[in-house]
Design a protein around this ligand. Structure first.
Ligand SMILES: CC(C)(COP(=O)(O)OP(=O)(O)OC[C@H]1O[C@@H](n2cnc3c(N)ncnc32)[C@H](O)[C@@H]1OP(=O)(O)O)[C@@H](O)C(=O)NCCC(=O)NCCS
Length: 188
């Protein structure tokens, strides 16, 4: 259920974690979170260079997610501060609107505390209840074993490989993208 409070069992947390759908008033903390995660990890397709961090634009995005029937933006909040987010972005075309693309990121200083799993739990629960979504897809760097493990725990399967899809200029390296998918009907 979106809005449930979750106590993270692994470690003492400064305040309880709240996992729920983002609200427009959270645009500013979402901007702070995105700026931080885009700066501290190379593992996301979006980088700080592609992000202008405009609060009004973020507010518009949050509103858009709330209004689209096949999309959701979920936040992990410690008090009023967002420390992680998960997006399920439903496709627009009639023949593919049953598919949502998943994106997830957690602030680095909170990694390994169960926040990723808490976000995945809520995201999948939302998708299972959603009358349109039947499949969740995602793309992940081949080297991002931490994320691949997380997805496999939820039943995602590797469906393909897009070779040299990412170019990391700071490392002068091209990276393959693993395409992963979970068809909700397939779940036990
Ligand atoms: C991937 C990510 C969201 C995981 O978030 P997290 O809060 O650290 O995840 P959790 O603490 O809930 O751990 C979930 C799983 O991740 C994996 N994991 C966690 N810590 C790990 C570590 N130190 N090494 C390897 N795998 C690890 C494990 O499979 C773990 O499951 P377990 O707790 O049952 O062992 C986070 O590392 C992140 O934001 N990374 C940068 C952005 C990114 O890569 N996003 C995905 C792009 S496709």
């Amino acid at each position: 259920m979106i809005g449930r409070k979750i106590e993270i069992p692994k470690r003492e947390m400064p305040s309880p974690l709240m996992i729920r759908e983002a609200r427009e008033v959270e645009a500013a903390t979402l901007v702070r979170l995105k700026k931080q995660v885009f700066a501290e990890t190379d593992s996301l397709l979006q980088s700080l260079e592609d992000y202008d961090g405009d609060v009004e634009e973020e507010r518009y995005l949050v509103r858009r997610y709330r209004n689209l029937e096949n999309s959701v933006l979920i936040l992990a909040l410690e008090g009023r501060e967002a420390v992680g987010f998960l997006t399920l972005q439903g496709a627009h075309l009639q023949r593919s609107r049953h598919v949502a693309q998943l994106g997830i990121a957690v602030r680095k200083d909170r990694w390994g505390q169960g926040i990723g799993r808490a976000l995945m739990d809520q995201g999948l629960e939302w998708a299972e209840k959603n009358p349109i979504i039947q499949k969740i897809s995602l793309m992940v760097y081949e080297e991002n074993q931490r994320a691949i493990e997380l997805y496999e725990k939820y039943g995602f399967e590797q469906e393909g490989l897009l070779k040299n899809e990412v170019l990391l200029r700071n490392r002068e390296q091209m990276i393959h993208l693993v395409v992963m998918g979970l068809t909700l009907d397939d779940q036990p």
